[in-house]
Design a protein around this ligand. Structure first.
Ligand SMILES: *[C@@H]1O[C@H](CO)[C@@H](O)[C@H](O)[C@H]1NC(C)=O
Ligand SMILES: *[C@@H]1O[C@H](CO)[C@@H](O)[C@H](O)[C@H]1NC(C)=O
Ligand SMILES: *[C@@H]1O[C@H](CO)[C@@H](O)[C@H](O)[C@H]1NC(C)=O
Ligand SMILES: *[C@@H]1O[C@H](CO)[C@@H](O)[C@H](O)[C@H]1NC(C)=O
Ligand SMILES: *[C@@H]1O[C@H](CO)[C@@H](O)[C@H](O)[C@H]1NC(C)=O
Ligand SMILES: *[C@@H]1O[C@H](CO)[C@@H](O)[C@H](O)[C@H]1NC(C)=O
Length: 326
């Protein structure tokens, strides 16, 4: 999901691209990225008329690797549990270089059973995104024999109150379709259906593996606790993350707003109080798939660094539910 920011106005380009990928007319031939320079996304040279859009990210050049801290999955009884002592994958998102974004860019690759929002632009005038009701995306990628990848996703990419494969399909259809480098033409004339989905999931995993949020926070003395005396300041969370990432990621909170809680009564601080997400921002060299990326600050494009409460000691990093993490 992608719920904490406002939705971008769709590009006029998208009205053509919606059924056919981002660049209609793109050939499946000649996308040997080894032959092209790893031009950084969001640089002057990263324009669709200057580079191979399959080899340089020209559409969603501000890449976000997003992670969750959830305390349960809601489907524990079916064996969907959280991995111990680590955050989990949310997704890999292609924002525009100016920090806004769009979604569901190719409705021919719509496998999301619960499209959210329900139009391509998130506004009533966007193209409706119809719910998908075929086999789960996990079933669609099984023929690739990447059982190791599926097992890793099952463990580290769990859904919340929905089967994990629904989250994977949502991330893929909403976000992967808005990267130029995951366009199906990029996989050549021998493209096999869903090859790009396998590539997207593996890429999201490769970013996740290099962003050990749990370890960074722990090294900074920030650990989950349900003891009401243990609350953190935003700066106490940002410090260790910036020490690990070298830039400030976006820190997302949920739960009640500080000034609706007992402790915050009468305060002007209406930030949220339960630590839930971290979003790491990058510019990428060449294809995001190569994971050669430059960390950038979450506020580099004028966006905010957090929606959490800023009052010292206002943020709760909750312990997971007994039995939810194994
Ligand atoms: C692909 O490359 C070949 C060899 O350079 C060239 O003849 C052909 O026109 C190219 N095709 C496209 C679609 O660019
Ligand atoms: C941000 O960039 C996108 C893509 O280039 C563009 O469509 C949109 O209008 C821009 N938004 C703002 C606020 O400049
Ligand atoms: C999208 O959801 C809104 C709010 O539930 C609803 O009013 C609208 O009709 C839906 N649009 C489509 C295209 O399904
Ligand atoms: C919380 O803070 C916001 C922003 O300062 C303010 O508009 C709102 O009235 C406050 N709410 C309460 C319940 O104090
Ligand atoms: C980003 O946030 C940091 C820390 O609050 C601040 O020093 C910096 O000026 C901000 N940068 C932008 C571009 O807003
Ligand atoms: C800690 O609190 C969270 C949020 O209320 C709850 O979901 C979780 O079960 C609690 N964990 C433990 C171990 O009590």
């Amino acid at each position: 999901m992608h719920t904490m920011r406002s939705i971008a106005v769709a590009l006029p380009l998208l009205t053509n691209g919606v059924l056919a990928g981002l660049y209609p007319g793109l050939s499946a031939d000649n996308h040997t990225c080894e032959l092209s320079d790893p031009v950084p996304s969001c640089s002057e040279g990263a324009q669709p008329d200057l580079v191979d859009t399959c080899c340089v990210e020209t559409f969603g050049g501000l890449v976000l690797a997003t992670q969750y801290w959830n305390t349960y999955t809601g489907l524990e009884s079916e064996g969907q549990v959280l991995p111990k002592d680590t955050w989990t994958i949310h997704g890999l998102w292609p924002d525009f270089c100016n920090g806004s974004y769009t979604q569901y860019c190719d409705l021919s690759r719509q496998y999301d059973p619960e499209p959210y929002p329900n139009t391509t632009t998130g506004t009533p005038d966007g193209t409706p995104v119809e719910p998908y009701n075929g086999p789960g995306i996990d079933k669609l990628i099984e023929p690739f024999g990447r059982w190791d990848l599926l097992a890793y996703m099952k463990k580290y990419w769990p859904g919340l109150n929905q089967p994990s494969h629904v989250l994977w399909a949502h991330e893929y259809s909403k976000h992967a379709t808005c990267f130029s480098t995951f366009d199906t033409e990029c996989y050549g004339p021998a493209y096999r259906a869903h090859e790009d989905a396998v590539d997207y999931f593996a890429t999201a995993v490769s970013y996740y593996r290099r962003l050990p949020t749990w370890d960074w926070l722990t090294a900074g003395g920030v650990r989950p606790s349900n003891d009401t005396a243990t609350r953190y300041s935003l700066s106490e969370i940002q410090g260790p993350l910036a020490a690990g990432f070298f830039e400030l990621p976006y820190v997302g909170c949920s739960g009640p707003r500080y000034n609706t809680t007992e402790a915050g009564r009468g305060s002007a601080d209406d930030g949220y109080t339960i630590l839930t997400e971290v979003w790491y921002y990058f510019h990428v060299f060449g294809r995001p798939q190569s994971a050669q990326a430059l960390p950038v600050s979450a506020n580099a494009t004028g966006g905010r660094l957090s929606n959490c409460a800023r009052t010292p000691g206002a943020i709760w990093y909750p312990e997971r539910t007994e039995g939810s993490a194994v």
